[in-house]
Design a binder for this molecule. Structure first.
Ligand SMILES: NC(=O)c1ccc[n+]([C@@H]2O[C@H](COP(=O)([O-])OP(=O)(O)OC[C@H]3O[C@@H](n4cnc5c(N)ncnc54)[C@H](OP(=O)(O)O)[C@@H]3O)[C@@H](O)[C@H]2O)c1
Length: 304
């Protein structure tokens, strides 16, 4: 079985490629320059060249705020690109695994509840709208699809929320009353990118052994759901325990609406991951262990 990955230089593409490599599975990892998913000729050429058994589309326009100004580009990549890839794959009987996001939901559910796959998707941002349009295009174009909605990805390689927060805290700590403002009106599921990659590898192994999958849309994210403010508190407490900061700044709540030009985010975008567990045996990621490990790794690099 040969697996073709588009968007291979992104966060998910990189984590997935690393896992496929370590498990010695056959894959072709193509970055944006090697395969532009908005170019149908390039897609046809690559599929002819590599004849993959399955495609994983991690390519996307993921700049949530920039998408508000670059609407056309967001839709071109997230809707049209996803559609072209899924269509061309379908014409050659190749299934596709496509990544999507919790931002397809409005976020209006009460905080104690989480979104299931069948809930109505009513995104507020252009990014969310373009990703939802991409999901619909993939469903229409290729019956053999798995759409995985995920959320709040972090990993040790990219510039994630924890790293930014700890850096900002360090810059503040010399001030007389160090304060950081964190969105208090966002509630969601932090997810370790390598756990997401493992979940995709699990799907690939199931496909390899059964030559089919229970096609459809699934949620995969970390648990438990948490507010961004509480997540920040936990990150800074762990950073202090591991000696990355000597003391903690004061965390003050803010709301997105204070930032001009910022895309609206869902207030509650917690994803319910029961379906993927029941139908595919994939358990949600436990982000607390992963976050603690990531902070320890940061400490290790700083002291070596
Ligand atoms: N990161 C998160 O927290 C998060 C949360 C929920 C869902 N997701 C979803 O997960 C998927 C992967 O996200 P990610 O975090 O890995 O994003 P990422 O780090 O921004 O990577 C996306 C990759 O896609 C490439 N790309 C953009 N336009 C392309 C095109 N037309 N053709 C081919 N490649 C193209 C980008 O290359 P260039 O940079 O060279 O343009 C980049 O390498 C996306 O579907 C995203 O919506 C992510």
């Amino acid at each position: 079985m040969t697996i073709l990955i588009s968007g291979a230089n992104g966060k998910v593409g990189t984590a997935l490629t690393a896992q496929l490599k370590s498990r010695k599975l056959a894959y072709i990892a193509l970055d944006h320059a090697q395969l532009d998913i908005t170019n149908s000729t390039a897609i046809k050429q690559r599929l002819r060249e590599y004849r993959p058994s399955i495609i994983i589309n991690t390519a996307a326009f993921t700049h949530v705020d920039l998408a508000e100004q670059q609407q056309e580009k967001a839709f071109e990549t997230n809707e049209r690109g996803a559609e072209l890839l899924a269509q061309t794959a379908a014409s050659q009987q190749i299934p596709i695994i496509h990544l999507s996001t919790d931002y397809v939901f409005s976020g209006d559910k009460p905080l104690a509840e989480s979104y299931v796959e069948g809930d109505a998707a009513e995104p507020a941002s252009i990014y969310g709208k373009s990703k939802l349009a991409g999901e619909q295009a993939v469903r229409n174009a290729n019956a053999h699809h798995i759409i995985i909605r995920t959320a709040w990805l972090f990993d040790e390689h990219s510039d994630n929320f924890a790293k930014k927060l700890i850096t900002a805290a360090k810059q503040q700590l010399d001030l007389p009353s160090p304060t950081l403002r964190i969105a208090a009106n966002q509630y969601g599921c932090p997810t370790d990118t390598s756990d997401l990659a493992s979940a995709i590898v699990h799907l690939l192994q199931t496909y390899a052994s059964k030559t089919t999958l229970p096609w459809g849309t699934y949620h995969y994210a970390g648990e438990p759901a948490i507010s961004r403010l509480e997540w920040a508190q936990e990150i800074l407490a762990t950073a202090q325990t591991h000696g990355l900061i000597t003391h903690q700044p004061i965390l003050g709540p803010t709301t997105d609406s204070l930032y001009i030009g910022r895309a609206p985010r869902p207030v509650n975008s917690a994803l319910n991951c029961t379906k993927i567990q029941q139908l595919l045996g994939i358990k949600p990621s436990q982000w607390r262990n992963r976050m603690s490990r990531l902070i320890q790794t940061m400490n290790h690099y700083e002291n070596n």
